[in-house]
Design a protein around this ligand. Structure first.
Ligand code: DGL
Length: 264
């Protein structure tokens, strides 16, 4: 119960998930690891993402984590099944299944997904959604410009609006009822994407859904921590002043990053 939750991402995007976990489970301690040295994962091959994820997992298990949340869609898409099989000593959560379950439970028939190249290429959302509801029509689009644009501070500007407009005017998206934000950076564009659709499409980000799934898991396994002041650490594999700036934007409050090199 006392042990921390491990949350990892290629960099700062997973902080949107960490912020949702903090909001829903404020008594839980957590250790965040952002692999800033190797980010972005979204344009890397599956074997590379799997190897980086494995190294992060070893670190989080050494730190005594009771559960690990893969707060990166690219790593969830490529490494989740492998890590779960290789490290059965911890409970695992990914960012894909809670969003897929939510959309299916809403009864939608046409769903769009935007994501990095690695996630889009894996077709993981279409596979998981169709496993739950075979009739569902799923259109997936890689939107590789969005993550760097957010990191560079262009959310809420003409630049982000132009990119959103261009990407979402995709003909395959014309009939969608829900759009899954398949990248942990994208919650920072959620308002703009909702504005683009003028409320006509349900824009779904996985952060809150993952926090709810984590709460349910901890409850079920009797692992919820007592209400006391939590301990929180934010590790990155490479620290620069720019990362600290961006990290604050993603977490929504002041945080201090500690640098930690992972053994090969
Ligand atoms: N956080 C990653 C994801 O959710 C996006 C950034 C990257 O490409 O590493 O896919």
């Amino acid at each position: 119960m006392e042990k921390p939750i491990g949350i990892f991402d290629s960099g700062v995007g997973g902080l949107t998930v960490a912020a949702a976990v903090r909001a829903l489970l404020p008594q839980e301690s957590f250790i965040y690891f952002g692999d800033t040295r190797h980010a972005p994962y979204g344009d890397k091959s599956a074997p590379t993402i799997i190897e980086y994820s494995r190294r992060i997992t070893r670190f989080l298990i050494e730190q005594g984590c009771k559960t690990i949340v893969i707060a990166c869609n690219s790593a969830s898409a490529t490494a989740y099944d492998i890590l779960r099989a290789e490290f059965p000593e911890v409970y695992w959560l990914n960012v894909i299944d809670p969003a897929a379950r939510f959309v299916v439970d809403q009864g939608y028939e046409h769903v769009g997904v935007i994501a990095t190249r690695a996630t889009a290429r894996s077709e993981v959302y279409a596979k998981r959604l169709k496993a739950l509801q075979p009739q569902l029509e799923v259109a997936t689009k890689a939107t590789p410009l969005l993550a760097p644009l957010i990191e560079e501070g262009f959310a809420g500007t003409e630049v982000s609006r132009g990119a959103i407009d261009t990407y979402l005017s995709e003909p395959a998206f014309h009939r969608i009822q829900a759009l899954i934000l398949g990248c942990t950076h994208y919650p920072l564009l959620k308002d703009e994407i909702e504005a683009y659709y003028r409320g006509g499409v349900h824009v779904v980000d996985s952060a809150h859904g993952v926090a709810l799934a984590l709460q349910a898991l901890l409850q079920r396994e009797n692992l919820l921590r007592e209400a006391r002041v939590p301990e929180t650490h934010f590790f990155v594999s490479e620290n620069t002043p720019a990362f600290t700036q961006v990290a604050r934007r993603f977490f929504g409050s002041e945080i201090a990053l500690e640098e930690r090199l992972l053994p090969a």
